[in-house]
Design a protein around this ligand. Structure first.
Ligand SMILES: O=c1[nH]c(=O)c2[nH]c(=O)[nH]c2[nH]1
Length: 311
């Protein structure tokens, strides 16, 4: 059994090492001239018995972080077919736990940037892509025994609705100035992550589009639940309530997920009222003119997990 930590006198050492921000772009070319492109930003952490490196300067059990970086490019080259980011992360993590005897666990995080195929004159371009702000994230943990944990996610998903939102009934005291309202603009930048229920390398779903479809599906449920039906929308009494509705909808719709984690900052758009001594009403706020802000913002986060296998 490898040792990743040790107690020395009255202190405990826990250690891991890896490489951060290894950036790779990969193109796949179909025979009809259609190209596919992904950009990945990879982080790797290896748990292994390299305590002698800390205690005596003996590096003989260390996988150099430079080697980890090279491995990202080698494995990207080896992927001759277009693959989802989750499968690439699993391949990398599996490599580290099987190729290196001292490595007991590999943790691979990847952020995929959004390069979307462009349309020109109404036709999808064969090799032209446009950058979007959204991110597709994954974290994969693989143990030597084959145990696996896969988390997927979405980052920087900015959503905003101009009505059907309010906030009332909260604690009022001598520090409170926020008025109660049934009419406000609601803006957020969703960071979502969800854990798949399968727990070993043998149980990874075999359908080639599984992770692509899950990602698109979860995103659609999150967005649809946030906004409600196109004509009427749906009333949000708080970010907290809407967040819970979104998380519940994801677990109800996708039974192969065991938990979902949502961070939904309340990004404030401040009402604009302008007045002067001579002109008391230059701009009177009527739910129309706002000052967009980045900070400070509300921080509202929650996780929802299944206690039983079915909801
Ligand atoms: O939806 C909201 N939740 C809060 O907790 C909160 N706090 C606040 O100032 N505005 C809001 N809005």
């Amino acid at each position: 059994m490898a040792e990743e930590g040790a107690i020395i006198g009255r202190v405990k050492l826990e250690q891991r090492h890896g490489k951060e921000r290894v950036r790779v772009g990969r193109v796949w070319k179909d025979s009809d001239g259609t190209h596919h492109f992904v950009e990945w930003n990879v982080g790797i952490r290896l748990l292994s018995d390299c305590l002698p490196a800390y205690f005596t300067g003996d590096n003989s059990n260390i996988v150099a972080t430079d080697t980890m970086k090279n491995t990202v490019y080698v494995k990207a080259k080896e992927c001759s077919e277009r693959i989802p980011v989750e499968i690439f992360a699993i391949k990398l993590a599996k490599h580290f736990t099987t190729f290196y005897q001292p490595v007991t666990t590999a943790i691979v995080n990847i952020v995929e940037k959004q390069w979307e195929r462009v349309s020109v004159d109404g036709l999808l371009h064969k090799h032209g892509f446009q950058f979007g702000s959204e991110e597709h994230t994954t974290e994969v943990v693989v143990k030597k025994c084959g145990a696996l944990q896969v988390t997927s996610g979405i980052g920087k998903l900015r959503l905003l609705k101009t009505t059907q939102s309010g906030f009332e009934g909260f604690i009022r005291d001598k520090y409170t100035i926020l008025p109660e309202t049934q009419e406000r603009l609601l803006g957020t930048e969703v960071t979502a992550s969800w854990r798949y229920a399968f727990k070993s390398l043998q149980n990874i779903p075999v359908q080639p589009l599984y992770f692509f479809d899950s990602h698109m599906g979860v995103k659609k449920v999150l967005v649809d639940t946030f906004f409600g039906p196109p004509k009427m929308g749906v009333y949000s009494p708080s970010v907290q309530y809407t967040l819970f509705e979104m998380a519940k909808a994801v677990l109800q719709r996708f039974c192969d997920l065991s938990s979902v984690d949502l961070k939904m900052p309340n990004i404030h758009f401040l009402p604009v009222n302008l007045s002067s001594k001579d002109n008391p009403v230059i701009v009177k706020f009527e739910d129309d003119v706002y000052l967009p802000t980045d900070e400070p913002h509300g921080a509202i986060e929650a996780s929802l997990s299944r206690i039983h296998s079915k909801m």
